[in-house]
Design a protein. Structure first.
Length: 153
């Protein structure tokens, strides 16, 4: 059976929420997030994910595979450094689906709290439904690690 044949025949919804406390100033945490969604991105096994993030309203977030090939994951809907980034688009879903990501940063004592929300709607496959929760957890941890390392430097 192909992935297309396994896709739901009805509209599905998806919502994931994650929060992480980061021992770094808000500006450092925001910059670390931009790096992790861009050139520093990695899959959970450490394989580089060559992303480009144009950090401006309407900017693209895409996986750049070279030679004018790749995959558009979304567009920057809102960017308000150092407190908010919102991206909307298909993400990794190459079928009828729409997703909205929100990275909200707030000062928490001497550090930063990052609240992440992913909401999606469309013909969302079970594979993506199960995989995105773990994937976003990985990226949140990478953002925390990068920010805390930058704050120590």
């Amino acid at each position: 059976m192909t992935a297309q044949a396994q896709a739901p025949s009805s509209i599905e919804q998806l919502e994931i929420q994650k929060t992480v406390d980061i021992a770094a100033p808000i500006e450092v945490a925001f910059e670390a997030m931009l790096e992790e969604l861009g050139p520093a991105a990695q899959m959970m096994d450490g394989t580089p994910m060559p992303f480009q993030l144009e950090a401006r309203p309407g900017g693209r977030w895409y996986r750049d595979l070279g030679n004018q090939t790749g995959h558009l994951w979304g567009h920057v809907q809102v960017i308000k450094p150092p407190s908010l980034l919102e991206i909307c688009g298909p993400l990794m879903m190459s079928y009828p689906a729409f997703n909205h990501l929100q990275y909200r940063f707030t000062t928490a004592g001497t550090g930063t709290r990052l609240a992440f929300v992913h909401r999606g709607i469309g013909l969302i496959t079970q594979q993506h439904r199960e995989g995105v929760d773990q994937g976003w957890g990985h990226w949140m941890e990478k953002i925390r690690q990068r920010a805390e390392q930058k704050a120590k430097s």
